[in-house]
Write a protein that binds this ligand. Structure first.
Ligand SMILES: Cc1cc2nc3c(=O)[nH]c(=O)nc-3n(C[C@H](O)[C@H](O)[C@H](O)COP(=O)(O)O)c2cc1C
Length: 330
């Protein structure tokens, strides 16, 4: 029988499937359910930096408020999921389960986060995921300025803790390769590719804006896992659009060390996690792979570049035009 154990950011996981940051990982009981369904690890629901500001009595000047934090504020629930509560969730989850518990914060500045990062570590978190979100609205700020914030935040946090730290990125960055490489050089242990948010729409009858639930972009995650795995000094975790065991297998072939999912579990319940594991195991058995490391990164750009002339099978990750695909159709 295939061995599904794997390593992500130096953490030992019983399998590569992580329940990603969401309300499915917000309480001890929900984390225990993820554990019982077979999750390799969980990333806790993010705490928003605005919650620290509130708790620490720090003003909010100069902050672009995160849309979800704004919702919390408007509902008066900003402190419902405050740092103190999360310390208890971490301690409880560590008692009830034996999988890595990764804490998550949505950050916009390195001001307060390092202090709380240390406290998460002391409460027993096995790792930290920094969910960094900027809306580049300012007409005078170049992309490099936003990317520099990522490095500053990560470096400050790294200085404060000894547990592994990952950064969860959005896909709309000018140079993903450059940023991930620089983060890794600054000590980042993992890049989570990618975060996903609600998408805007306009109701043309009542002339109001509204949020719609989009879906994570699986192809983007696949492409960037393949392009970066083995070329940067940190692990890659894929996040976005995972629906089937085939998706998990593809992401690992591309080079992901771990695969995060959550919408699937909202739609189909945690039973779907068991199906992912079953499908992964059956595929490994039928392809005679004994362990994850036997095929991880097999179709990454790095591996293909080494084994073939040119980019080999990795060509699909580069192709930005349709010439070849549609050349036979006139
Ligand atoms: C209801 C819900 C809440 C989420 N909350 C967070 C969060 O607090 N922090 C975060 O980093 N990502 C959050 N996410 C994003 C997910 O962790 C994940 O990156 C994204 O949904 C893409 O993966 P998926 O296609 O498997 O859902 C949330 C997603 C959903 C659906």
């Amino acid at each position: 029988m295939a061995d599904l154990t794997t390593s992500y950011m130096g953490l030992q996981l019983r399998n590569p499937i992580i329940v990603s940051s969401s309300d499915l990982t917000k309480s001890i009981s929900s984390i225990t359910r993820c554990y019982e369904a077979g999750a390799g690890a969980v990333v806790l629901k993010s705490i928003f930096e605005e919650q620290f500001l509130e708790e620490g009595g720090v003003g909010r000047e100069g902050y672009t408020i995160h849309p979800e934090a704004r919702d919390y504020l408007q509902s008066g629930a900003l402190l419902d999921y405050a740092p103190q509560k999360i310390y208890q969730v971490i301690e409880g989850a560590k008692k009830e389960t034996s999988i890595p518990i990764i804490a998550s914060i949505n950050c916009q500045s390195p001001k307060l986060w390092p202090r709380f990062a240390r406290q998460f570590q002391d409460a027993g978190a096995d790792g930290l995921e920094l969910n960094i979100y900027f809306l580049p609205l300012d007409l005078d700020s170049p992309g490099s300025e936003y990317e520099e914030f990522h490095l500053q935040i990560m470096s400050e946090v790294k200085r404060a803790v000894s547990i592994p730290v990952s950064v969860k990125l959005i896909s709309q960055l000018t140079s993903i390769s450059y940023l991930v490489s620089k983060l890794a050089n600054a000590g980042c242990d993992g890049a989570v590719l990618f975060n996903w948010f609600l998408e805007p729409d306009i109701n043309i009858e009542n002339l109001k804006t509204r949020d719609i639930i989009g879906k994570g972009n699986f192809r983007q995650s696949l492409k960037w896992a393949a392009l970066l795995a083995g070329r940067v000094g940190c692990d890659i975790a894929s996040s976005g659009g995972v629906r089937t065991a085939d998706d998990v297998i593809k992401l690992i072939l591309a080079g992901a060390s771990a695969v995060q999912a959550c919408s699937l579990f909202y739609q189909q319940g945690l039973e779907a996690l068991k199906e992912l594991l079953k499908g992964l195991e059956e595929w490994m058995d039928s392809h005679r792979y004994l362990k994850i490391g036997d095929f991880r990164g097999e179709l990454s750009y790095k591996r293909q570049e080494l084994s073939f002339k040119g980019v080999g099978e990795a060509g699909a990750y580069f192709r930005a035009q349709y010439l070849k695909t549609y050349s036979k159709i006139e």
